[in-house]
Write a protein that binds this ligand. Structure first.
Ligand SMILES: Nc1ncnc2c1ncn2[C@@H]1O[C@H](COP(=O)(O)OP(=O)(O)OP(=O)(O)O)[C@@H](O)[C@H]1O
Ligand SMILES: [Mg+2]
Length: 312
């Protein structure tokens, strides 16, 4: 198999913080590779090494068959940093033409590409305005267009949809799927498990500077997730707390509180447990508003492996 990125035993330390603690990964050409992890997991640090913005203390990185520090390789990478690199006093067009110039894209090609990408992300109407007038979401989308201006082979997106409205997030998802269809390789850092699940061919789950597990979303869920999940929403927070302590304490179940009134219960056999939960709630005088049996998701995998929640 051809790999767009091969990283081996990467270590990166900032002062006393081990941001990356012996990380290895292989990203096959043509796939969407998700880096999923909570704040501080090391996603941006790993990305900065892959795109050649910073050097590892230890370990080796090979990107598109060469070193990410070489200009020839960098020209084939598109990078959307978490903190966008846009000039506030320039308009959207001017910012994008600046990046086009850096990458040697002709004005005519740049114009066509910008029109097409801006249309897909719904920002065409804003390109004549200075970036300082943009909302955070608009800046983010402009910075995605900037990363794609030179039609790179490898596209590295650092939390492209954080803070975007659900509708706009979908348009970014559509763009990522288009990139994949046209044979590009995409590395996508995110802390949204739904995004990683939906878009990635392969996901590396990161925590505290390590990749704790990797594989396709389906593999990870079937290997590490529980057979089923029961979600129960109680009428009041105090009721959720009572049910949580009963189920965890008396039945020894893994129960996670995922909202003020919401419990997520990992279980083997929902047919047996659902009646038990409803009768327990009845006996304790607790009102259930919603009870659903669900398949495990990547958050359940993260919970299982770390005992913590992924999304705060
Ligand atoms: N320039 C830096 N100087 C000092 N510490 C840093 C620096 N960059 C990152 N760190 C630390 O390294 C660790 C990993 O940070 P990193 O930004 O890679 O995580 P992340 O997964 O991208 O998090 P987030 O989801 O918040 O973007 C954190 O503990 C962070 O505080
Ligand atoms: Mg980050």
């Amino acid at each position: 198999m051809d790999y767009a990125v091969i990283a081996e035993d990467i270590v990166k330390t900032y002062n006393s913080v081990r941001a990356l603690d012996d990380v290895s990964l292989r990203v096959p050409v043509g796939c969407v590779y998700g880096l999923l992890g909570p704040n501080g997991a090391g996603k941006s640090t790993l990305i900065s090494i892959i795109v050649g913005v910073s050097k590892p203390d230890k370990g080796k990185v090979m990107v598109l068959g060469g070193s990410p520090l070489s200009p020839g390789i960098r020209a084939r990478i598109g990078f959307q940093p978490q903190e966008h690199g846009l000039h506030p006093n320039l308009t959207g067009w001017e910012n994008l033409f600046f990046y086009a110039g850096i990458y040697g894209v002709s004005p005519r090609d740049a114009r066509d590409r910008i029109r097409e990408l801006a249309e897909k992300l719904g920002i065409t109407g804003y390109l004549d305005k200075p970036v300082r007038t943009y909302s955070g979401g608009l800046r983010q989308r402009l910075s995605i267009v900037a990363a794609l201006i030179h039609d790179p082979e490898l596209i590295v997106l650092d939390e492209p949809t954080t803070g975007l409205d659900p509708g706009i997030r979908k348009s970014v998802w559509g763009l990522i799927m288009d990139l994949r269809r046209s044979g590009k390789t995409v590395i996508l850092a995110t802390h949204y498990m739904e995004e990683a699940d939906k878009l990635s061919d392969e996901v590396a789950i990161m925590d505290k500077g390590r990749i704790i597990v990797s594989g396709s979303p389906e593999e990870l869920k079937s290997r590490y997730g529980p057979p089923a999940v029961i979600e129960v929403v109680l009428r009041e927070q105090s009721m959720a707390e009572k049910l949580e302590s009963y189920l965890a304490g008396n039945l020894g179940l893994q129960v996670n509180k995922t909202g003020a009134e919401t419990l997520r219960i990992h279980c083997r056999d929902p047919d047996q447990l659902v009646p038990e939960i409803t009768s327990t709630a009845y006996e304790l005088g607790l009102s259930i508003s919603v009870l659903r049996v669900l398949k495990p998701d990547l958050e359940d995998v993260f919970l299982k492996l770390t005992g913590r929640r992924l999304e705060g």
